[in-house]
Design a protein around this ligand. Structure first.
Ligand code: PTJ
Length: 243
């Protein structure tokens, strides 16, 4: 099977949303390049949510519902593509939301917080005093009452170093990343290999549907999920696609 090479209608709307994000000071220019990397993998997985991604979404919903202090980390791409779904997910799993950037700029953090506010979210912004241990540069800066104190962090489109630093602190990390070979994908506890624009609405739906499940059943779901096996399933789909 050779994936079709013309852009989907939804991929055009994602590009427009990112363009608007850049114009409004929400998204970094590098966000376009990152999105292009993602699109390449999206073609290869057939531009649809695979069975492997659906399993990861179910495990992620269970882990978020079990968490004591879940936090959703929002960067410039996430804010441009799915601020509404971030708000819905935060409400469904009772999570805090933190604006946290790879290319950190105060102005952009404020623009992202303002965007989230439109959907009723009071986002945390780190004041620069708290840092993740063993991680150099501004990427280490997190909010003390947000990511620093969390037990489970959802980090869509995250940097590998930061994922590793969070894991070293004993946190469970959920990533959404179309590249199953990225360091983030490999180091996260649960990786959803899917486009964030498809994965987030499904994650919201699952979290709402599973909200009343007994904790023991949620724990079983999380325990039976194996990220390495799940990533291999996504890679197999990609390999079949390029054969
Ligand atoms: O707003 P900032 O400053 O925090 O910067 C955000 C970006 C995304 C620019 C920054 O974190 C970055 O450069 O990220 P990377 O290293 O390119 O990693 C992004 C990962 O997300 C890559 O593995 C892409 O394949 C993947 N990706 C890109 N777009 C999507 C995606 N995964 C899922 N859905 C997407 N739409």
């Amino acid at each position: 099977m050779i994936p079709k090479s013309h852009p989907r209608h939804s991929s055009l709307s994602e590009r427009h949303a990112l363009e608007a994000g850049v114009r409004r000071g929400i998204t970094h220019m590098q966000g376009f390049i990152a999105h292009g990397r993602g699109e390449a993998f999206d073609y290869l997985i057939g531009e649809k949510t695979t069975a492997a991604a659906k399993n990861a979404i179910r495990a992620a919903a269970a882990l978020l519902l079990l968490a004591k202090q879940p936090v959703i980390s929002v960067n410039g791409n996430v804010a441009a593509l799915c601020a509404k779904e971030v708000a819905e997910l935060a409400a469904a799993v009772n999570a805090k939301v933190e604006a946290n950037l790879f290319y950190r700029r105060e102005k952009r953090l404020k623009a992202i917080a303002a965007e989230l506010k439109k959907f009723g979210v009071d986002a945390l912004i780190a004041n620069g005093k708290t840092k993740l241990p063993q991680l150099a540069s501004k990427r280490a800066i997190v909010s003390r009452e947000g990511i620093f104190s969390s037990d489970v962090v959802l980090v869509p489109l995250e940097d590998g170093d930061r994922t590793e630093a969070l894991r070293r602190m004993g946190k469970r990390v959920i990533a959404i990343d179309l590249n199953p070979l990225s360091r983030t994908a490999q180091k996260a506890s649960i990786t959803i290999v899917d486009n964030i624009t498809r994965a987030m609405p499904l994650l919201v739906k699952k979290a709402k549907a599973m909200k009343r499940m007994p904790a023991a059943d949620l724990r079983k779901l999380v325990a039976s999920f194996n990220n390495k096996i799940n990533l291999k399933q996504s890679l197999l789909i990609i390999r079949r696609g390029v054969r």
